[in-house]
Design a protein around this ligand. Structure first.
Ligand code: NAD
Length: 710
């Protein structure tokens, strides 16, 4: 028998311990181990009860998703079969839930007769995030034990609940709250069950309590999640499963669940969401760096600038319990910045997301200064001042004078050359780009920009730090726009040009929204500020002069002072929260089209989609080929977490792999011909797109040169 599970008998109680680090995933060896040990315990007359426990920190992270799509997934025994046998046990089975029990891990607990949980345990069914549903009975057993309302909320949100909440909802029977040994406590709990002749139980005997389900619950629930789950298949299938649990007996319900599970599992969405799950983890691995490199400690952080970004960045650290000192030019700027931070926390407290005490505790970790000399204790200093190279260089020269040896000096620049910033110091190896996204306390992505001299341990420490503050890190080489803004450029350029050719902002928005973006590009421009886009283009004026039509409509809107939402007018007119189409924008584009000799015409939705999204993919391929990103999935992570690319499409590169690179290439080549000089200027397929398409391969299969070296 494999060591994926361990077996012992203590005081006539068999203990089957999951022993498969790191998360006790329910791979084939674990499934087999549970079943074989269970049979052994059942056959042993001296055993009165069985405990399912864990040797690790968590109880069980669920299915081993690396088995998905492989033969191992269908290798006997199936999880469902293991669970059915446990549920039918004649001897009481107790789940000793010492920590996290997720997905299949919680489904394993639900077939046990009793659930004994550590107070720190968390229980959840996160399958929806992988584009599927709990397929080992979770959708049928949880409603029977916790009620349909709780089960629906948990299954559709995928969010875990605390042991206390699980106890209150009825799917945990007892909690271990003191400091004594957990397994000993579970043994004592089980001994007590035996002593009191506690009955064996099965969900098959239970029906879902319908007495406390509010009228129209499912219809109202669907409405409440409609916006958030737009375009996703799995949430609806999850609801259908819970609905089935009200009508069907357990056996028929499990069959229905299996049917709906397979419907989800075979979708491109499931592939996309599972791709992102692995992509996020892969992004932390940097080719060519010894993973045993010691990292630096980050116990104190300093931030330069208390503006929009500086304030948000500070919140990330104080939320993680790390003290932060913020430096500003003037006391008023500090007061203003801290005022915004406090207000953000107060709003959270009002919404019940934190207590007033927690607000004060977080604010107590924040201090301000006007003097560089006070930054001499910081382990990490992040600059978030104006986007201007001269100012940034001055800041870094000052930091070089005061920062302690080994301190990491980071810039939050969105566009500037990190090597040039590093050159202002005598320690370029300690300098790195940490590109947070706005709002920095909310957005998950952290683009880490590796300068040509950045030390390996500085890079690894930054990745670890990102995880500490719950960000998703992706490393980019130091090139203009890094990964995110570089790849965005052709997407934005095409949206602008399509307006010039006759598409309305509303049509472009509609196409991109229906594709799954939270917002189309014209709306994003209005939100971010047309002035901000203009200033970024100004910095690249010479480069962009090759195309006089480049962002012509946006430039004109800027000249007219139509900066977007902030001025009440941009690509749209804004009245309060209302967004209204503006015929004047169409007149502007018509006039500019005439000026530049661009023919205006009806543009199909498909053309809008291909010219924006396929060109984004093409730039991704370019970035990949140049080695700016280390793998195509890194680009997907950047887009899904930083730019609102629909997660159910898995990011631009996964989307391209799914529809076929030959199709993307053919479309780009078509527009290269159809769009005349403009097409020739911009529609050049990236070499690796051509190479991979010709070979019938995917971006996923591509190994950039950084890997080839190692
Ligand atoms: P901001 O104007 O809101 O804040 C900048 C702050 O820096 C101001 O409070 C200013 O007083 C302070 N400051 C300026 N010079 C200083 C100096 N020499 N010493 C100390 N403080 C100084 O700007 P922001 O939007 O927070 O942007 C900051 C940086 O973050 C820029 O490099 C920007 O490109 C980058 N960034 C911004 C966004 C965004 O969406 N706003 C997103 C990612 C990155």
């Amino acid at each position: 028998m494999s060591s994926a599970t361990l077996y012992q008998v203590k005081n006539n109680i068999a203990i089957i311990s999951l022993n498969s680090p790191p998360v006790n995933g329910l791979g084939q060896a674990v499934r087999e181990g549970i079943l074989d040990n269970f049979k052994k315990a059942h056959a042993d007359d001296s055993v009165n009860a069985i405990i399912i426990a864990s040797t690790g920190k968590l109880f069980c992270g669920g299915a081993d998703i690396s088995e998905f799509g492989t033969e191992k997934m269908s290798a006997a025994p199936f999880l469902g079969e293991v669970l059915n046998q446990l549920e039918a046990s004649q001897k009481p089975v107790v789940a000793a839930i010492n920590g996290m029990a997720l997905g299949g891990g919680l489904e394993l607990c639900l077939v046990c007769d009793y659930r004994f949980a550590s107070a720190k345990a968390k229980l959840g069914l996160p399958e929806v995030h992988l584009g599927i549903l709990p397929g080992a009975g979770g959708t049928q057993r949880l409603p029977r034990l916790a009620g349909a309302v709780k089960a629906t909320e948990m299954i559709v949100s995928g969010k875990p609940v605390s042991a206390k909440e699980a106890l209150e909802s009825g799917f945990v029977d007892a909690i271990h709250a003191d400091d004594s040994d957990f397994l000993e406590a579970a043994l004592a709990y089980t001994a007590e069950l035996i002593a009191t002749n506690a009955p064996v139980k099965t969900c098959a005997d239970l029906s879902v309590d319908t007495s406390n389900i509010p009228e129209n619950f499912f219809a109202d629930f669907r409405k409440s999640i409609a916006r958030k789950t737009r375009g996703f298949i799995a949430p609806e299938k999850c609801i259908q499963c819970v609905e089935a649990s009200l009508e069907l007996d357990l056996k028929a319900g499990l069959e229905k669940e299996a049917d709906l599970f397979m419907q989800c599992m075979t979708t491109s969405q499931a592939r996309a969401q599972q791709h992102l799950f692995f992509a996020e983890r892969a992004a932390t691995k940097i080719p060519g760096i010894d993973k045993n490199t010691a990292i630096r400690k980050i116990e104190q952080v300093a931030i330069i600038g208390a503006g929009t970004m500086g304030g948000g960045i500070a919140m990330n650290f104080i939320n993680a319990g790390v003290p932060v000192k913020v430096l500003e030019l003037k006391q008023e700027a500090l007061d203003k910045g801290f005022g915004v931070i406090r207000q953000n926390y107060e709003i959270s407290a009002k919404k019940g997301r934190m207590t007033q005490e927690q607000v004060e505790q977080r604010m107590s970790l924040l201090s301000g200064t006007l003097s560089y000399a006070e930054l001499n204790e910081a382990d990490l200093i992040i600059e978030a001042v104006f986007e201007n190279m001269d100012i940034k260089k001055k800041v870094f020269a000052s930091l070089d004078e005061v920062a302690k040896p080994g301190a990491i000096l980071a810039s939050n620049t969105s566009t500037l050359d990190v090597d040039a910033i590093a050159s202002a110091t005598n320690r370029p190896e300690d300098v790195i780009g940490l590109h947070f996204f706005s709002p920095a306390n909310v957005m998950k992505l952290l683009e880490i920009v590796r300068g040509s001299k950045t030390a390996d341990d500085v890079l690894l420490t930054s990745i670890k730090m990102a995880q500490l503050i719950r960000k998703v890190p992706v490393v980019s080489e130091n090139q203009w726009g890094f990964i995110g803004n570089r790849v965005l450029e052709p997407y934005g350029r095409e949206a602008g040009r399509l307006m010039l050719e006759g598409a309305s902002p509303a049509q472009i928005d509609k196409v991109l929204y229906e594709f799954g973006f939270a917002m189309g590009l014209p709306s994003v421009m209005d939100l971010a500020g047309i002035d901000v886009g203009y200033l970024t283009r100004q910095a690249r004026k010479d480069e962009l002069a090759i195309d006089p039509t480049y962002a012509a409509v946006s430039d004109r809107l800027y000249e007219l002072g139509r900066y977007g939402q902030k001025t009440g007018r941009g690509a749209y007119i804004y009245k309060g929260r209302e967004k209204i189409e503006d015929p004047e924008v169409m007149e502007i584009s018509k006039e500019l089209a005439e000026k530049f000799g661009v023919e205006q015409r009806e543009i199909s939705d498909q053309e809008i989609l291909e010219r924006t999204v396929y060109m984004l993919i093409n730039e991704g391929a370019q970035v990949l080929g140049e080695g700016v990103s280390y793998r195509s999935s890194d680009i997907d992570v950047v887009y899904a977490y930083g730019y609102g690319f629909p997660a159910h499409r898995g990011g631009p590169m996964q989307y391209a792999d799914e529809i076929g690179l030959d199709k993307v290439l053919a479309s780009i080549e078509k527009y290269r011909e159809e769009l005349g000089d403009y097409g020739k200027l911009w529609f050049t397929p990236a070499p690796i797109l051509k190479e991979l398409a010709a070979a019938g391969k995917t971006f996923k299969s591509y190994k950039p040169s950084a890997f080839k070296k190692t």
